[in-house]
Write a protein that binds this ligand. Structure first.
Ligand code: COI
Length: 355
């Protein structure tokens, strides 16, 4: 789309809605896709053909460069329904900004606001009946972009597809999770792509995560590439700790800059806690659990929302966090964010983007 052209989004409604087949009382994560998807094409330096189509398979070339060289990025966003039927998306402009940072790092084109946010709004308008309303449920929104040039030379693709699909979901983690501190494998090194939401960051986590699962843990706690001394993130979510009266999250270019994490740290600051973005060593965490100064630990992400951490495995020992009922900060944030996202309280920060 050129700057002078008005964006028009063509809508081709489905002739066969699958809505009546969905059991909204038993939603799992990411299994059932909503009726429609937004698709935009990038060719010759311009975004063109922005359409909302019935959800369905794509035809791609086997030599498409995303399949070979991994130019593929995505986002996770959530939409909620208020009791009066209003549909709202939580801080999607922050996902749009992060998406374009990921795009730049992978030498992909930025997606303009009118396609990312305008397209999202229109897609949710078309599929508003797919947004669940029960507490703990939401419409998970997955914007993504991949390189479509059919060529095997290693160079930035000249063509891309940007797509948004959505699915009604329940919890990603249905109970507190145990994490194994990873001291051999590495997720990201400084100067790499750890901060970006690219597909490869998830592919590389699968094998070490399987090893952690085989050892009895739910997820990995990644540590820094140089020394495996400092905590980074959980791979599917960021990590936040309460140490003494401080709310602390690791930070840096090796860690995904999560929108949920940012929201929680902003709330911590507004509510008068000491909110810190700094390095946390595994040793500080383990000693803090043992001497009682670490009172809370949780994973924070769009999919994970706030998931309490039950225990941390390190060098053959398990360190157990206090019971979740007593975790004052995480429980307070969770209830506050639930009330705000479902429209039960005022939205003083303008975080709800109404469709
Ligand atoms: C999200 O939280 O939206 C994510 O992308 C995490 C994903 C692994 C489900």
């Amino acid at each position: 789309m050129s700057a002078t052209e008005q964006l028009s989004i063509r809508v081709e409604p489905t002739q066969q809605s699958r809505l009546s087949q969905v059991d909204f009382n038993n939603l799992t994560f990411g299994q059932i896709m909503s009726d429609h998807m937004l698709v935009a094409e990038y060719n010759d330096g311009e975004w063109t053909d922005v359409s909302i189509l019935p959800y369905g398979d794509l035809t791609v070339s086997p030599s498409m460069s995303a399949l070979h060289y991994g130019q593929a990025i995505f986002e996770g966003v959530k939409g909620y329904k208020f009791a009066d039927g209003t549909v709202s998306i939580f801080r999607p402009e922050k996902n749009w900004e992060r998406f374009n940072k990921s795009a730049s790092r992978l030498q992909m084109p930025e997606v303009p606001e009118e396609i990312f946010l305008g397209g999202l709004k229109k897609l949710l308008d078309v599929d508003r009946n797919w947004v669940p309303s029960k507490e703990g449920t939401s419409l998970y929104i997955r914007p993504f972009m991949f390189a479509t040039e059919a060529a095997l030379g290693v160079h930035p693709s000249i063509s891309y597809k940007f797509i948004i699909i959505t699915c009604p979901v329940g919890a990603y983690y249905s109970k507190p999770i145990s994490l194994k501190v990873e001291t051999h494998y590495t997720r990201a090194a400084e100067g790499g792509v750890g901060f970006s939401k690219n597909a490869g960051n998830y592919a590389l986590s699968l094998y070490p995560t399987q090893l952690a699962n085989d050892a009895g843990y739910d997820q990995i706690m990644w540590t820094d590439a140089k020394e495996h001394r400092y905590i980074e993130e959980a791979g599917t979510a960021n990590l936040i700790f309460r140490i003494g009266d401080s709310i602390i999250t690791p930070h840096g270019d090796t860690i995904l800059h999560g929108v949920t994490r940012r929201t929680i740290m902003e709330l911590a600051e507004k509510w008068g806690y000491k909110a810190e973005q700094r390095k946390v060593s595994v040793q500080e965490l383990i000693e803090g659990i043992e001497n009682g100064t670490v009172s809370e630990a949780f994973a924070a992400g769009t999919a994970a929302t706030i998931t309490h951490i039950s225990s941390i495995g390190f060098e053959g020992n398990d360190y157990h966090l206090p019971p979740v009922e007593g975790r004052e900060f995480a429980n307070k944030v969770l209830s506050y964010l639930n009330a705000l996202r479902y429209g039960e309280i005022e939205d003083p920060f303008g975080w709800n983007y109404i469709v």
